[in-house]
Write a protein that binds this ligand. Structure first.
Ligand code: 5AD
Ligand code: SF4
Length: 484
């Protein structure tokens, strides 16, 4: 696809609008032309495959990236044999990076068989200079690398790659602006994520996110509500409002509204039936937010509240700004004011200096808080973070043994929590259909899943289901009524 013509490239660049997103729509059109010409030569369509690692924010970014690629003309494929493979990476834990290197190596071998193949890497891991250096040296077949702050530039970067015929690297230290109104290819037609803010200012001592995602920036409430309206018009019933710490929403924006007020505004959008959000920080979860969740029928009764550790001294070393007691009081308040609420959490095992007593504190909180589910992680040392320099790093075998014990405690507590709904009839959103078994998987307001026999045409609809039997972490049920 290499045009090999600098004069042509200069002319294309000189005609490009300077404003965004207009500039990117221009490069989408340019790339569309290049792709069409290539497809004519090859006598076939070109395909793309996106692999997303990590959190919901990355999943949302991948929908934008898929939107740009499909506007250019690439057809979606579910195989990494596709002509363009894009990895949207995560670097929260070291093993995510190791996995990515292994898979890039494999892609390199496939590229030898398909010279059209383009390998694009983006996301959090690319914000780390060491990672980019390693790829430049050892994986020279990669085509484009960009970070978390300029995903909107994908079409322009692909154009530069086609012109130069060699690797394009464009990683920024911080975001310049928030670019609105980019194309988007929604993975599920009926539910979608909406970014409400980017970045994080909390600097928990173990966490690399503030270094790779930059400082907090909130989108305007108008832009968020407009996106919700647009999604609703496209058939979306459930939106998930996304931010590293949603409690900070609007705090550094002139005339900004609070997160609770934002929930109220989004819930006024006609067609949106359910609102979820991720993630509030326990240190500043307001009473106003608790009241809004309790009051607002559209806001799901589910609060994901990362604990990280149950030991007050470890929480201090983690820079979390709450104690064991404060966390437990907060959970008690949430459960009292929001009947039927599910509280879920994230826990790290093996943080530097973790003693047996610290670990017991964590298990104690799991039992007393009554989590519906918990994501458990082995502490992973991330370069540049304060915790990486701490003494008393915990040996792998000790951390591993504690991790296993924690899984047992979490398993007992969450299956007891899940049991409580047996026999009830509840609204669920039909999310996945397995044709072989004729079974639909629906998600309750509190995030639990239920499988029940029904027809495929109800996919994406809200229905009511009787919860017949609890099977540990999910239910088997019977469809009661449609058109809720
Ligand atoms: N090691 C292990 N887990 C981590 N998390 C963040 N940083 C690390 C780390 N260095 C976990 C936290 C966070 C979740 C998204 O990832 O529990 O809430
Ligand atoms: Fe990382 Fe803490 Fe920010 Fe969450 S709040 S992204 S754990 S620094």
């Amino acid at each position: 696809m290499n045009q090999g013509n600098e004069a042509y490239a200069e002319r294309i660049r000189s005609l490009a609008p300077t404003e965004e997103p207009e500039r990117q729509y221009y490069f989408i059109d340019v790339m569309k032309g290049i792709l069409l010409a290539r497809e004519e030569e090859l006598g076939r369509k070109l395909t793309m495959n996106i692999q997303t690692f990590g959190c919901q924010m990355n999943a949302k970014d991948s929908e934008t990236l898929a939107g740009i690629l499909s506007s250019i003309g690439y057809l979606e494929s579910d195989s990494e044999e596709a002509d363009l493979v894009l990895y949207n990476t995560c670097t929260v834990r070291e093993n995510a990076n190791t996995r990515v290197y292994g898979r890039i190596g494999y892609l390199g071998n496939r590229k030898k068989l398909n010279p059209e193949k383009r390998i694009i890497l983006c996301g959090c891991m690319m914000q780390e200079p060491q990672a980019v250096e390693k790829i430049r040296k050892s994986y020279r077949f990669v085509d484009v690398i960009f970070g978390t702050h300029n995903i909107y530039k994908l079409a322009e970067l692909l154009f530069e790659r086609e012109i130069s015929g060699s690797l394009i690297v464009d990683v920024w230290d911080k975001a310049e602006t928030i670019v609105e109104d980019l194309p988007r290819l929604n993975k599920y037609g009926f539910k979608a994520g909406i970014n409400i803010m980017y970045g994080c200012n909390n600097f928990c001592s173990y966490c690399i996110v503030p270094y790779v995602r930059g400082r907090e920036r909130s989108r305007s409430a108008e832009d968020i509500v407009e996106e919700a309206r647009h999604l609703a018009a496209c058939g979306v019933r459930e939106v998930m409002l996304l931010g590293q710490n949603v409690n900070s929403y609007g705090k550094n924006t002139e005339g900004g509204i609070t997160f609770a007020q934002l929930l109220a505004r989004v819930s006024e959008v006609e067609g949106i039936r359910r609102i979820r959000f991720m993630t509030p920080h326990p240190k500043d979860l307001s009473d106003e937010l608790i009241e809004e969740i309790a009051r607002n029928d559209k806001v799901c009764k589910h609060v994901h509240l990362p604990l990280q550790s149950g030991s007050s001294s470890l929480l201090k070393a983690m820079n979390r700004h709450y104690t064991k007691e404060q966390y437990l009081e907060l959970v008690a308040k949430i459960k009292e004011r929001i009947p039927g609420v599910a509280v879920t959490t994230d826990i790290i095992v093996g943080f530097p200096g973790e003693t047996e007593a610290d670990f017991e504190d964590t298990c104690d909180v799991v039992r007393r808080a009554g989590f519906m589910s918990a994501y458990t992680f082995l502490y992973s040392k991330r370069t540049e973070t304060p915790a990486a320099k701490m003494e008393n790093q915990i040996p792998d075998d000790v951390a591993g043994a504690r991790f296993k014990r924690l899984l047992e405690v979490v398993g007992e507590v969450s299956s007891a929590q899940a049991q409580e709904f047996e026999g009830q009839t509840v609204p669920v959103l039909c999310e996945e259909y397995k044709a072989e078994e004729g079974l639909m998987t629906g998600r309750m307001d509190n995030n639990l899943l239920v499988h029940f026999p029904c027809e495929e045409k109800l996919l994406g609809e809200l229905v009511t289901v009787k919860l017949d039997v609890c099977k540990g972490f999910y239910y088997l049920g019977t469809l009661c009524s449609t058109g809720v």
